[in-house]
Design a protein around this ligand. Sequence first.
Ligand SMILES: [Zn+2]
Length: 135
Amino acid sequence: MPVRPPMFRPSHARAPRPSDAQERDRRRGSARDRGYTAEWDRAAKAYLDEHPLCLGCSAVGRLKPAALVDHVEPHRFDMVKFWVVEMWQPSCRRHHDVVKKHLEARFDRGELRVEDLRLDSRVAIAATLAMMPVE
Ligand SMILES: [Zn+2]
C-alpha cells in the first residue's frame, strides 16, 4: 500500500496568522463582548453631540474636538459602571491614549483616587501640561 509522502508547506504559504487586533480580541474579549455594542455607539454619539470638546484639552484652555467617550474609572467589564453617564467624559484620542493611560496606571498602583481620573482634575491637568506640550 503506498504511503503518502509527508507534506511540506512551502514557506510562502504559511498558515494565515491572526492579525494583532484579532489576537488582542482573543485575549481580552472582543469590543462587543466588553460592552461596546450598537447601543453604546448610539449613546456615545449622543453624548458627544452634547459634549463636543475634549475635557482634558478644555481644562488647559485648548479647544479640541472629543473623539470618544472615556469612562472616568476603568469599568473592567462591570456593565453597571459602564452605563453610569456621570462617569463618562469626552476625550480626544491623545488624552485617552497618553494622559489617561498614564493616570490609570497610577490609579492601578493605588497612587490616585477615582476623582483624579477626570481629565479636568488637578492631577490630570498637570499630566496634560507635562505630556501634551502645545503643538
Ligand atoms: Zn484632549
